[in-house]
Design a protein around this ligand. Structure first.
Ligand code: 13P
Length: 279
């Protein structure tokens, strides 16, 4: 069965573009991503971190994103990101997410494959797309910190993993990290090309914050079909909040404060979408 997630990635890839996936913690971030998607005519994935989803109110947040996504003229998908717990995955499927990222990257190859196959078996028939990770993209997902790159994805293993797991998309580790790069990022292009050659499904690159635009464009040209972005959005959110808090506090202008945040985050999302090929 084709999933909407798989179809959206495949369509973008066929057009020589990539889909931006952006972590949202609230409806301001969500609004910024959707406005950027509509303004660029781009499909987007709204990522929900497992910490957000697992917390009180997490299910309501995901259901709110799903309902609001259906009101957009753009293709807006919701994905539960980096989840290692099968029960959370089932709950996310019950909440109507379009995709989950089944993260077995800390497990040995065989256990990661078994875990991923179980997830594919349990949710894909319900139309929920599955992304997995092979190799390890290091770093924190909800907090910023300097990070060194983790264990790189092996091209031979990637081909076998994709063939045997039935995933829609594979996240690869080629020098990319979550959060701030420790020093200048240095992606392993040869490895990426080799993985590309051995994987029949779209590849995703996590940790797109902090990668220079030329690297993003080069990765798109090497047919990376999905980029995950979080840290740069949070940085823009906090920066604008800090700038406006003083003035708006005096007026207790919550609406004005929110508008400023949406605008600042939207600017970052649009710049990324442009690097992913959405003019
Ligand atoms: P960054 O925070 O480095 O952009 O990474 C986001 C990510 O990969 C979420 O899965």
């Amino acid at each position: 069965m084709e999933t909407r997630f798989g179809e959206v990635l495949a369509r973008a890839q066929a057009a020589g573009r990539a889909v931006g996936a952006f972590t949202c913690y609230d409806l301001l971030g969500f609004e910024a991503v959707v406005r950027a998607a509509e303004s660029r005519g781009a499909p987007v994935v709204v990522l929900v971190s497992p910490a957000s989803f697992g917390a009180e109110g997490g299910e309501r947040l995901v259901r709110a994103f799903g309902a609001a996504a259906r009101c957009s003229s753009a293709d807006v998908l919701v994905q539960l990101d980096h989840v290692r717990d099968g029960r959370l995955i089932e709950r996310a499927a019950d909440c109507g997410v379009d995709a989950v990222m089944a993260d077995g990257s800390k497990l040995p190859f065989g256990e990661n494959l078994a875990f991923t196959r179980t997830v594919v078996g349990s949710v894909r028939s319900r139309g929920v797309g599955v992304e997995a990770e092979l190799g390890r993209v290091e770093g924190q997902e909800d907090e910023a910190g300097e990070t060194l790159s983790g264990e790189a994805t092996d091209a031979g293993e990637a081909g076998r993993f994709v063939g045997e797991s039935g995933v829609d998309c594979l996240a690869v580790a080629v020098g990319n990290v979550h959060g701030h790069y420790s020093g200048a990022p240095k992606l392993d292009w040869r490895r990426l090309r080799e993985i590309r050659g051995s994987s029949p499904v779209p590849l995703s690159l996590h940790g797109a914050s902090g990668l220079p635009e030329r690297d993003l464009r080069r990765a798109v040209s090497l047919r990376v079909a999905k980029f995950n972005v979080n840290t740069e959005l949070r940085a823009a959110y906090f920066r604008r909040l800090g700038e406006e808090l003083g003035a708006e506090t005096a007026k207790l202008n919550l609406k004005g404060l929110g508008d400023g945040v949406v605008g600042a985050v939207q600017e970052v999302v649009e710049a990324k979408l442009s690097a992913f090929g959405w003019r």
